[in-house]
Design a binder for this molecule. Structure first.
Ligand SMILES: NC(=O)C1=CN([C@@H]2O[C@H](COP(=O)(O)OP(=O)(O)OC[C@H]3O[C@@H](n4cnc5c(N)ncnc54)[C@H](OP(=O)(O)O)[C@@H]3O)[C@@H](O)[C@H]2O)C=CC1
Ligand SMILES: O=CCCC(=O)O
Length: 361
């Protein structure tokens, strides 16, 4: 059943009557209690820029108004997991954390989180446990391995996997969680380090609807919107399709920057031109200026983008869908990894093209 979009109030923001009137005019499905974020204008920016929390909802979904009162576990405190766990703590949740590298737990413990020494112990002591892990292998290991979260699960508990994994991995973890009588939700996110810090992620959820409704207040602390996509696997598939597009876009943008420079144009001007036209994308405006300066501060590690392209190509293969652009992009990210750029931001893929140009010069 297709989702309907309903906006829910963002209580941190003041209602602007002007914005409200505009929204009523242009977004008739926005509910009456919608509160847009304050907007600002500057000569170089559009006059009206609205940002608000939008939730994919069905008739039964009223739970985001409720508070989640249980104890929350958080496994995996990398670039994304740390700010997400931090936002839950700051919102007043009772949080227990675990990370393979224990030192990453320390800042969260200082903020009030408790620590347990294994995923099993976290799950055993929490009502709901979130996991934000690097890849399918780590997601499976942390959930199903020795001292894994599954061993601490049982009836009345829920496991929410936010990691970007493939459909088979998500289904496997779901089966193990279900075998313990617990509930499972996959909930990969769109949005990177800054949206994670700002509680502006987009959740792509699928699995147990009752767990989705139970954790909606938590998802609303962490994100600006959430989609419930039905059966387990649909969230993973949606995430991989989105990241497949993103990886190809970044590779193409990189080619454009280098070509503009080679023909004597100023690549910074190219970035500005792109930002004003139909192919404008926040990603280009955000990353373009640093890419022109050959700087790649890591928000989304290149190794994870290549992982997502690899998994997306597997998804395409499973349904015999042709994806030649993504396949070419994947090769470029593999070259970038071979140059030692795995932990740089994925925009460093441009360096692989620079090297290729030198090879052929
Ligand atoms: N960064 C981004 O912009 C986004 C990332 N994602 C996805 O979210 C997930 C996490 O990304 P991100 O936070 O950037 O990644 P990081 O590489 O920063 O963090 C990865 C996390 O996984 C843990 N981990 C890795 N391998 C293992 C293992 N074998 N056993 C146990 N734990 C392990 C790491 O632990 P340790 O600290 O010990 O290394 C760390 O907590 C990935 O699936 C990524 O694709 C999704 C949206 C945006
Ligand atoms: O998986 C990473 C996604 C990054 C983003 O959506 O900006």
């Amino acid at each position: 059943m297709p989702s309907t979009l309903l906006a829910k109030p963002n209580i941190n923001n003041l209602l602007s009557s002007t914005a409200m009137a505009l929204c009523s005019a242009f977004c008739p499905r926005i509910s009456a209690n919608f509160r847009p974020k304050p907007f600002s204008s500057s000569p170089s920016k559009p006059l009206l820029s609205l940002s608000f929390k939008v939730f994919s909802s069905q008739a039964t979904d009223a739970s985001s108004q409720d508070k989640f009162s249980g104890r929350v576990g958080f496994l995996g405190l990398g670039i994304m997991g740390s700010p997400m766990a931090q936002n839950l703590i700051k919102a007043g949740c009772d949080v227990i954390v675990w990370n393979r590298t224990k030192s990453k737990c320390d800042p969260l413990i200082s903020l009030g989180a408790k620590y347990r020494s294994s995923p099993e112990e976290v799950a055993a002591n929490c009502d709901v446990t979130f996991a934000m892990l690097a890849d399918p292998e780590s997601a499976i290991d942390v959930a199903c391995g020795k001292n894994g979260a599954v061993r601490g699960m049982g009836p009345g508990k829920g496991y929410v996997d936010i990691s970007t994994v493939d459909v088979a991995t998500s289904k496997l973890i779901n089966e193990h969680i279900k075998a313990r009588g617990a509930l499972f939700l996959e909930a990969p996110v769109s949005g990177s380090k800054k949206p994670a810090e700002d509680g502006q992620l987009i959740f792509l959820t699928a699995g147990d609807r009752s767990l989705y409704e139970l954790v909606s207040p938590l998802l609303d602390i962490l994100g600006k919107s959430r989609f419930y996509l039905g059966e387990v696997g649909n969230g993973a598939a949606m995430k991989l399709v989105v990241n497949m597009i993103m990886g190809s876009m970044m590779a193409s943008f990189s080619e454009g920057i280098l070509l503009s420079k080679k023909v004597g144009l100023d690549p910074s001007v190219l970035v500005e031109v792109v930002s004003q036209g139909a192919i404008s994308a926040p990603m280009y405006s955000l990353k373009g200026p640093s890419m022109v300066k050959s700087q790649y501060p890591t928000a989304f590690p290149l190794k994870h983008q290549q992982k997502d392209l690899r998994l997306a190509l597997g998804l395409a293969e499973s349904v015999s869908q042709s994806t030649p652009i993504a396949a070419a992009a994947n090769e470029l990210y593999k070259v970038a990894k071979s140059y030692g750029l795995s932990d740089e931001d994925f925009s460093a893929v441009i360096e692989a093209l620079k090297a290729k140009s030198q090879d052929t010069a």
